[in-house]
Design a binder for this molecule. Structure first.
Ligand code: GLN
Length: 215
């Protein structure tokens, strides 16, 4: 049986991720199916989950409302279940948020040893694109940043995979923030890899899911 990857379809930009995972299956020559998921039974039967961008407070509320929060934490901590979190999804994977995360009572999943700033790039740079050198990728990856978060620091088993070059230090963030990280089978990406047609991030995730299934 092929791999089963779900894209969390509670809120945000999920349809593009479905297409990107499908393309990644094809490009890697891996048999698999992908669709949006919202229910516990669906989450329980997956080999991997993509948590899309959107609004982290809303997604966190819906994760609890749909009774998915604890199951996700359980599967990740007990089985090292693969999760790709992009943008808002990356915020939710983190262990520590910023003041805004606290104020909005966003409940993070705490699955990656890193602290994030939820809207790291401020108003004047709400969205932008940049080429990124990411560890394990042989050529720069295009990154679309939309009200994007950044990783302020990592510790423990969380490994930074790349930074964004910024000419001037960003207040409260500093120079060259981390924009991609990995911990076990969790991959946190600050940008939107589903919007560029470059499916290498999704291909990497498909490989992780494939390896996890063969474990
Ligand atoms: N900064 C947003 C948040 O706090 C995330 C933006 C995005 O996912 N495009 O949820």
């Amino acid at each position: 049986m092929g791999l089963k990857i779900g894209v969390l379809g509670l809120q945000g930009a999920f349809t593009e991720h479905v297409d990107a995972v499908r393309a990644a299956f094809q490009r890697r020559g891996v048999a698999g199916e992908v669709g949006t998921v919202r229910r516990r039974e669906e989450l329980a039967s997956l080999d991997g989950l993509v948590m899309p961008g959107g609004e982290s407070t809303t997604i966190s509320k819906l994760l609890r409302k749909f009774d998915l929060h604890d199951l996700l934490v359980e599967r990740a901590t007990q089985e090292d279940f693969p999760i790709l979190g992009t943008c808002a999804g990356m915020i939710l994977l983190s262990r520590e948020g910023d003041g805004q995360v606290e104020k909005t009572e966003t409940r993070l999943l705490g699955l990656m040893d890193m602290a994030v700033n939820r809207n790291a790039f401020g108003r004047q740079r709400e969205s932008f694109e940049a080429m990124l050198d990411l560890k394990g990728f042989d050529a720069p990856v295009p990154g679309v940043f939309i009200r994007a978060p950044a990783v302020i620091r990592t510790w423990g088993a969380c490994e930074p995979l790349g930074t964004l070059y910024v000419a001037e230090a960003i207040p409260g963030i500093g120079h060259d923030p981390i924009v991609a990280a990995r911990q076990g089978n969790r991959l946190g990406i600050a940008f939107h890899p589903e919007l560029t047609g470059d499916t290498r991030v999704h291909e990497r995730f498909v490989e992780m899911v494939d390896a996890w299934r063969r474990r």
